[in-house]
Every structure is written in structure tokens, then in C-alpha cells.
Write a protein that binds this ligand. Structure first.
Ligand SMILES: [Zn+2]
Length: 445
């Protein structure tokens, strides 16, 4: 569909369910203004949001009732109050989620992440967070040259288990209105990639959003067959895992379009995104305050810690994302945005699993699979040989047998019914000699 038509239809029809899209677009416009405010103005706005958040947490969130003063925190005091609070890990939240849920907040819903670092988490979001996350993705897409209404191809994972057929029909209508098509990155054999190529050639997306590893696999597949794709019209956005220089180079060579790196997660949407200068990722400062836990955060990577300013149902305050990053040097970006930038992200490593039949399974398949976990604190999926696999789980207690059986069936469906799969409960997941953690690990070269 033409971008202008999609932009009109999606506004009109999606807004029939309570003005949601209008509010998302307002937040998107506000994000575009925010990054042009000078340092003082941005900081003042963040301080006001932060003070509101901390006062809310002091009143309504059990974990913070004793840790924050009963007296009202002013915007001027907010940063110091924040620095005095502990850093929270995913494991802290997992162990005692109720203490992080706000009491007396209506209208929240449950969400879950498999966790980029192999730690699943169930959490709550309110409507403001759902809108802000959507708007943050528009913002990040717009840094890669996308305009509202333009066609987007998503080479991404699918949550196939959680939808009834009527939900699927509604979602499909919505994606059609939004000019968005999905291509399943969890199932990328030669036949599927041929189909992706045909469909994308017809669809002619302006941008493709993809896992870095999946896009590289797709690029190599097309290149090996001498295919020069005519899409996307504008750019490729790489997300969800580290983009290596060689992956970027391969994708740009095959598609003839620039790659824009993005960093985000399920909890907060887009955290940082690259602009057309490609010299680091601008931080999404409207939605969050980002700290890097390092004595020299420009030269020495440290834990990336986020305080998310919107979610009243479950405030994330000094939350350790599990990722490591550095700040880019504090020089002005020629693009005119005034927000600070992240340089390299470290970590977020997963291996793509190649099965005995040559099928490729992206690591994010397993994070999606583990959405349904209740007691798992950490996991790792290991390919020992072409046909033997182990799912290692660190858990507070065993998952029910029917859940384990479901995981087993889903994994065997992907890796092959004749494969040997062990599900093992272990005390800890071994860290690689490099110090990195991988949530999928293939020992097959
Ligand atoms: Zn820039």
C-alpha cells in the first residue's frame, strides 16, 4: 500500500480503539522534539519525570517504601536520591516480583522477556509504557530514514504459541494497515529464504528490521546465488544483538543500502539508535536515564543500567539490563541531535544453531520459548554435536512436567524429531573463557 494511504488508514482505524495511535504519534513527535533540546533543558525535563517516578515508587512499591524517604522528593533532589538506590538485576526481580509491583495501579498487563542474557523475566506494563515503547520504535526507525506510513519488513521472531485465530486475524489486519509484513527469522531454510526474497521483492519495503545474524545469513544466501535484491528502498535496521563490522559490511554490499544499528529490549523499547552519521547510537533520553557502571565509561565498558521514566505499574529504577556498553566521546553529532550516544555494545551473544538438515535456528528462538518459564533464572541451549542438544536451566524449582514436555516438543520440531535432547537443571551456567555469556552455544564448527 502507498505510504500516504497507510498513514491515513492506520490513524483512522487503529484509533477507533480509544485513540491509542494518536497518543503514540504524540509521543513520537515529542521524542523528535526532545533530542533537539539543549543539555540543560533535557536534564530539567528528566529531573521532573524522575522526581515523579521516585515519589510514586516511595508511595506504592513495597521494595522502595523503606528505601526512599517519606518526604516528597523535588526535581533538584531527584538525581541524588536515585544514586542512593541499589542497582537491581533481573534475578532480583525474578526472585521477588511482588515487591516490585506497584500497589493500587489499575490497567496494567503482564509482559515477558526471554532475556537477551539468558535470564527470563515476567513484568508488568501500564498503558503509558505500551505507547512509549511503540513511539520509541517509530523514533528509532525515523533515525534510519523511515517516515510514518512507509512499508516495513520485519525479519524477526514470531510468538506463534500465544495467539488464537481471531487474535491472529486482528493482528494481520493491523499489520496490513500499518504497512508491515513479518518474515519468521526462527525458520530460515533455503525454501523459506527463497520465499522471503520473492515476497519482499513484491512488497518493496522502505526498510527492513532484522536480527543482525539473520540479516547476514539472508544476505549471504542471496549473494551466493548471484541475486542483487531491489529492496529495501531506504535502509536496514539491525537490532537485538551485536552487529559486527563484517556483518554490516556484508549486508551493505548485498543490499546496497546503509545499515543502522539499534539497541533495545522488551522492557523499554528502543534504548538507543544510530543516525545517518553512523558514529554511535543516540540515547532515548525522553524515556529513560542511562548509566554505565564503569570508572571510565567512554573507554572502559560497564553494565548498562536503565531508569525507565514511564512505567507506573512496575517502576524499573537503576535496572541492570545485563548488557555491557561504552559511551561515545561527548562531541556534537553533525546530525544536529543533542543527545549523548552509546559507542560499542558488548555482549548479547548467541550462536545460530545449524541442524543436521542444514536448517538455521536463531538464538532468539530460545528466548521466546522461555517466555513461559516460571522458575527459570537463567538458561543456555547447547548444541554438542550435529544431533545432540542440551537445554541447561538454573531454576528455583523444577518447572511442571507438562511445560518441560511442551519445550521439548517445540525444540524437537525445530532441530529434528530424531535429535537427542536433554533438559538439565544445573547450579550455574558456565561462563566462556572470554568472560562472555551466551544463551545459545554451538560446539559444532
Ligand atoms: Zn547523530
Amino acid at each position: 500500500m502507498r505510504p500516504a494511504l497507510s498513514s491515513v488508514l492506520s490513524r483512522l482505524l487503529i484509533d477507533r480503539s480509544g485513540g491509542h495511535r494518536r497518543l503514540v504519534l504524540d509521543a513520537f513527535a515529542s521524542a523528535m522534539r526532545f533530542e533537539r533540546f539543549d543539555d540543560e533543558e533535557r536534564r530539567a525535563r528528566q529531573d521532573r519525570s524522575l522526581a515523579d517516578l521516585l515519589n510514586h515508587a516511595a508511595r506504592c512499591v513495597p521494595f522502595y517504601k523503606d528505601r526512599l524517604s517519606a518526604a516528597r522528593i523535588s526535581p533538584v533532589e531527584a538525581r541524588a536520591a536515585l544514586r542512593a538506590l541499589p542497582v537491581i538485576s533481573r534475578a532480583d526481580v525474578q526472585t521477588n516480583p511482588e515487591s516490585f509491583f506497584a500497589q493500587g495501579v489499575e490497567g496494567h498487563r503482564l509482559d515477558a522477556t526471554g532475556g537477551s542474557t539468558g535470564t527470563p523475566l515476567r513484568f508488568r506494563v501500564d498503558a503509558a509504557t505500551q505507547r512509549a515503547r511503540e513511539a520509541s520504535l517509530y523514533w528509532a526507525d525515523s533515525l534510519a530514514g523511515w517516515r510514518y506510513g512507509e512499508r516495513i519488513a520485519m525479519l524477526w521472531g514470531s510468538d506463534k504459541d500465544v495467539k488464537t485465530s481471531s487474535q491472529i486475524a486482528r493482528a494481520n489486519l493491523r499489520w496490513w494497515l500499518d504497512n508491515r509484513r513479518w518474515y519468521n527469522a526462527f525458520n530460515m531454510g533455503p525454501a523459506e529464504m527463497d520465499r522471503f526474497h520473492c515476497e519482499m521483492t513484491r512488497f518493496a519495503p522502505h526498510i527492513v528490521v532484522a536480527y543482525a545474524g539473520s540479516m547476514e545469513v539472508f544476505a549471504r544466501y542471496l549473494e551466493d546465488r548471484g541475486i542483487k535484491p531491489a529492496y529495501p528502498l531506504r535502509s536496514i535496521i539491525s537490532s537485538a544483538e551485536m552487529l559486527t563490522p563484517s556483518a554490516r559490511e556484508t549486508i551493505e554490499r548485498v543490499f546496497g543500502r546503509p545499515v543502522f544499528n539499534r539497541y533495545g529490549n522488551r522492557e523499554f523499547g528502543a534504548v538507543a539508535a544510530e543516525c545517518h552519521e553512523h558514529n554511535g547510537l543516540h540515547l532515548n533520553e525522553r524515556d529513560m536515564i542511562v548509566e554505565i557502571d564503569s570508572p571510565d565509561p567512554v573507554n572502559e565498558p560497564g553494565r548498562l543500567i536503565v531508569t525507565y521514566l514511564h512505567n507506573r505499574a512496575m517502576p524499573f529504577i537503576r535496572y541492570d539490563t545485563g548488557d555491557l556498553a561504552r559511551f561515545a566521546p561527548a562531541t556534537a553529532c553533525p546530525c544536529g541531535r543533542l543527545t549523548p550516544r552509546l559507542a560499542a555494545l558488548v555482549g548479547r551473544a548467541s550462536d545460530t544453531i545449524r541442524t543436521a538438515t542444514g536448517k538455521l535456528i536463531h538464538g532468539e528462538f530460545f528466548t521466546h520459548l522461555l517466555y513461559s518459564a516460571r522458575h527459570v533464572r537463567e538458561f543456555q541451549f547447547v548444541q554438542e554435536t550435529l544431533n545432540t542438544y542440551r537445554l541447561l536451566l538454573v531454576a528455583s524449582e523444577r518447572e511442571p512436567p507438562e511445560r518441560e514436555a511442551k519445550w521439548r516438543a517445540d525444540i524437537l520440531e525445530e532441530v529434528g524429531a530424531d535429535a537427542c535432547l536433554e533438559i538439565e537443571y544445573v547450579d550455574r551456567i558456565p561462563v566462556l573463557p572470554s568472560g562472555k555469556r551466551k544463551f545459545t552455544l554451538s560446539k559444532v564448527t
